[in-house]
Design a protein around this ligand. Structure first.
Ligand SMILES: C[S@@+](CC[C@H](N)C(=O)[O-])C[C@H]1O[C@@H](n2cnc3c(N)ncnc32)[C@H](O)[C@@H]1O
Ligand SMILES: [Zn+2]
Length: 289
């Protein structure tokens, strides 16, 4: 077993289950465990402003969602078309950017995939950018991204604190502005207003000049908000991008329980074992130039 369960245990042990009167974010709930129940996705909550200032909420996010989210992303990566797979396998240097990265589950899943796929043990360098408006996740992300470290796939982890409601500045540093090979937005587009979405769309189009894989994983909300966002993105990107769309659940509780056996008492933190069919949308967008 990998280092994931010990890491979940570390954060589980930080959760306070009794009333926590000092939490400023508490909205009348008896404790943070109840308060944070389902309180993560802005559109589902009628655009109520969400923040992650309560550290208990961040710990709960790890315990509740990490294994499910990593499996969801891995399943998507395994559905990638052959030419893109070949490209990633042969490429010694890969640039990855995670939008709304939070604790870094998306990067951890990509890392696991690249390590598994590196059957010839060729030295690979992967530069990752975790973009988030919150710095609150940065320390946790270092833990998460270390789960799948390996000798052959070297990961460089960069944090970029940025709010997409602002215009995107020119990139600097080691990543050139046109060469992201993997862009991932997991449970992120559903948190954005129209202006931020326009900025994200531009980032995607302007920075996928080479071979690229764009992965979107999000809530399939009943009013179709995310579907509409995706229709707009498809129009915006145009015909150079090939789409694979799926809104049927692919990860269920048997898979999560089999791959990541939670200790029994973790149930108190209300872990999420299932991504229900109707609740998720996954899109793989490929551009091979
Ligand atoms: C629900 S979490 C998703 C985290 C992770 N990608 C996952 O799949 O579990 C959404 C993240 O998006 C970030 N976020 C929301 N609005 C943003 C914005 N306008 N600019 C940058 N990050 C934003 C939040 O801070 C949060 O960390
Ligand atoms: Zn709290």
């Amino acid at each position: 077993m990998d280092k994931l369960i010990p890491l979940i245990k570390k954060y589980y042990n930080k959760i306070v289950f009794v009333p926590w009167w000092h939490c400023d974010e508490r909205r009348g709930a008896p404790n943070c465990v109840v308060c944070a129940r389902g309180d993560f996705y802005a559109r589902r909550l009628n655009n109520r402003k969400i923040n992650y200032k309560c550290e208990q909420k961040r710990f709960l996010y790890i315990v509740r969602y990490m294994p499910l989210r990593i499996l969801q992303i891995l399943e998507m990566l395994r559905q990638m078309d052959e030419p893109m797979q070949q490209f990633l396998q042969n490429q010694a240097r890969i640039n990855v950017i995670s939008l709304g990265a939070g604790p870094g589950f998306d990067i951890a899943a990509i890392q696991k995939y690249l390590v598994e796929q590196n059957i010839n043990n060729v030295q690979k360098n992967v530069t990752c950018w975790r973009v988030d408006k919150e710095q609150l996740w940065d320390q946790i992300a270092v833990d998460v991204i270390n789960i799948y470290e390996s000798d052959s796939v070297h990961f460089e982890h960069n944090c970029w604190t940025f709010d997409f409601s602002n215009p995107i500045p020119p990139f600097s540093g080691s990543v050139q502005s046109d060469d992201f090979n993997i862009i991932i937005a997991s449970y992120f587009l559903s948190e954005l207003d129209e202006n931020s979405l326009a900025n994200v769309f531009s980032l995607i189009k302007e920075n996928t000049l080479g071979p690229s894989l764009i992965m979107i994983n999000d809530i399939n909300d009943s009013n179709g908000d995310v579907k509409n966002i995706l229709i707009n993105l498809r129009d915006f990107l145009g015909s150079d991008y090939k789409w694979k769309y799926d809104d049927n659940g692919i990860v269920g509780k048997n898979e999560v329980r089999r791959d990541y056996p939670y200790p029994r008492d973790f149930g108190k933190a209300e872990p999420y074992f299932t991504c229900w069919k109707s609740k998720t949308i996954r899109v793989l967008i490929t551009k091979i130039t």
